[in-house]
Design a protein around this ligand. Sequence first.
Ligand SMILES: [Fe+2]
Ligand SMILES: [Fe+2]
Length: 265
Amino acid sequence: MADITVRKIRFSFEEPFSFEVTDAQLGEMLPPLALSMTMPYLEPYLIRTMRTALEHITDPVLAEDVRRFSQQESHHYRNHALLNDQIRGQFEDAAADALRAIEADLEADYQRFTKTKSLRFNVAYAEGFEAMTCSFALAMAEHGGFATAEMFPGGEIWAWHMAEEIEHRTVAFDVFQHLVGSYPYRVVFGTWAQYHYLSYIRRFARCMADSLGYELTRPRGEMHRTTLRRYLRTWSPRYDPAKVDVPDCVEGLLARYSAMVAASG
Ligand SMILES: [Fe+2]
Ligand SMILES: [Fe+2]
């Protein structure tokens, strides 16, 4: 059984933020902001998928992991929805409307996937998304990136979310193995899922960049190379997220957020 703790946290997002930063800082800010914009649509879709998967899961231990996974994702997207209100509020009306239009497209895609696609497709999508974002979260942790992430708009939401993504990293993979178990299917549809998801990250980021008169550049640097290295390993037939090395700082962060919940009563 995965060791997954559900932490009911709500961040306040009262800290104002500004886009009056250097081009380099803006280049670092926009991808996470784009990621945040997808969360209130992506994570409910994952939860719907897992709710259907639960009807077919015969392993009670995995079923409990799935319930906790869904509860964690639920707290994630509720916080991101609050952050996204703040993000939209930073833009002119036309740009905020353009962001809302992309959000509507994404929601329509995910509702369509839930209604018309097979469970194996939706489970492969979930696993493709989780494998990719966990690679990113692990690379951030490896490079002390959680401290950097606190400088993004939204502050601590990033460290909390990424740490919990690492904590529940085995669940979508285990569900896929339990219900589908086909390596070629995982590669084909997991890659498609990542392409689909990243196309929306690009749309959101480009919309924000255009409104700010900024030209998007490709991410570079050591952390991005580590992300790529970890991501490529997820395509091995021997890949198992239970066996990936997790940087020491993650445990401390999870303890920090458990304590935060306990302190809030
Ligand atoms: Fe999440
Ligand atoms: Fe997740």
